[in-house]
Ligand binder design. Structure first.
Ligand SMILES: Nc1ncnc2c1ncn2[C@@H]1O[C@H](COP(=O)(O)OP(=O)(O)OP(=O)(O)O)[C@@H](O)[C@H]1O
Length: 273
């Protein structure tokens, strides 16, 4: 006799429907973005699930970076940008006037396309955020945050004997891992990555991809990438954008083997973009 508990039944149904059990960490609801008169995003509905890597793919100019920047209000820094719709973090509206944007950007950190360490020492690059957010009571605690962050970013072994040397003296791949350590140092919950490997060689890229997979255990990650292989390697969910619309979203293996929309099929097989 096949005895199924309510929980295992729910798991089986979820698996059958390819529906993940992870809670929703961030949700975009009818998100629109205008730059002046030009509309860049049209009613995007997208859930970002906790402890998963969500990849945003699509041809150049389709709005991937624009959507990513909505998730920690980086578009606020662009004068012409207007964001509509609703975006939540743990069910809380991040565009609510009560929200402290500095605090939001600590919870939802960002790693950019080009590694951009401050022109300061490796130590200072990582210590800066925790210091301004008051995360360490004394030097010993700050030292510990710096060490742990560099360890989590898989850079400690290479950096521990040169903490006082400039961050800009590291290789490109090391600099990108330093930027990841800097994001981690303020204990974020979500890390946004905008083509984090596009300036890196294949070996440095492989290291960062491996790191992304490890980071997923403790963080929720959203990554914009032009590389289909990278999206397939690092993400659990993939969202396909085209001309400012979200075309479809789903488990990465399904999106790359059996997408519902012809535009996704065309894009992943290199027919456009
Ligand atoms: N600061 C800005 N001011 C005006 N228009 C912008 C700005 N940033 C982006 N856009 C426009 O918004 C649209 C979406 O751009 P976005 O950078 O989000 O696309 P993308 O998919 O990330 O592109 P890419 O893959 O080339 O980085 C494009 O038409 C772009 O020209």
């Amino acid at each position: 006799m096949n005895i199924m508990t309510e929980k295992s039944l729910e798991d089986a149904v979820n698996a059958e429907m390819n529906r993940p059990n992870e809670p929703i960490k961030m949700r975009g609801d009818q998100v629109t973005v205008h730059y002046g008169d030009k509309q860049a995003l049209f009613g995007v509905n997208l859930d970002v699930r906790q402890n998963q890597v969500t990849a945003l793919i699509g041809p150049s100019g389709c709005g991937k970076s624009t959507f990513l920047r909505c998730l920690n209000r980086m578009n606020d820094t662009i004068d012409s940008a207007r964001v509509g719709g609703k975006i939540t973090l743990d069910n809380e509206d991040i565009y609510d006037p009560k929200i402290d944007v500095v605090e939001l950007r600590a919870r939802v950190g960002m790693v950019f396309q080009k590694p951009n360490p401050f022109p300061k020492s490796i130590y200072e690059n990582v210590a800066y955020g925790p210091r301004i957010h008051g995360l360490a009571k004394n030097k010993a605690e700050l030292d510990e945050i710096v060490e742990k962050s560099l360890q989590k970013a898989a850079l400690w072994n290479e950096a521990k004997d040169r903490l006082n040397e400039p961050g800009t003296g590291l290789s490109g791949g090391q600099q990108q891992r330093l930027c990841i350590a800097r994001a981690i140092a303020v204990a974020p919950e979500v890390i946004l990555m905008d083509e984090p490997c596009s300036a890196l060689d294949p070996i440095a890229t492989a290291k960062v991809e491996e790191l992304i997979d490890e980071l997923r255990e403790n963080y929720t990650i959203v990554i914009v990438t032009h590389s289909m292989q990278q999206a397939a390697r690092v993400s659990q969910r993939t969202a396909m954008f085209h001309l400012g619309y979200l075309v479809e979203e789903g488990p990465t293996d399904k999106m790359f083997t059996n997408p519902d929309d012809k535009r996704t099929q065309d894009y992943i097989t290199g027919r456009f973009g």
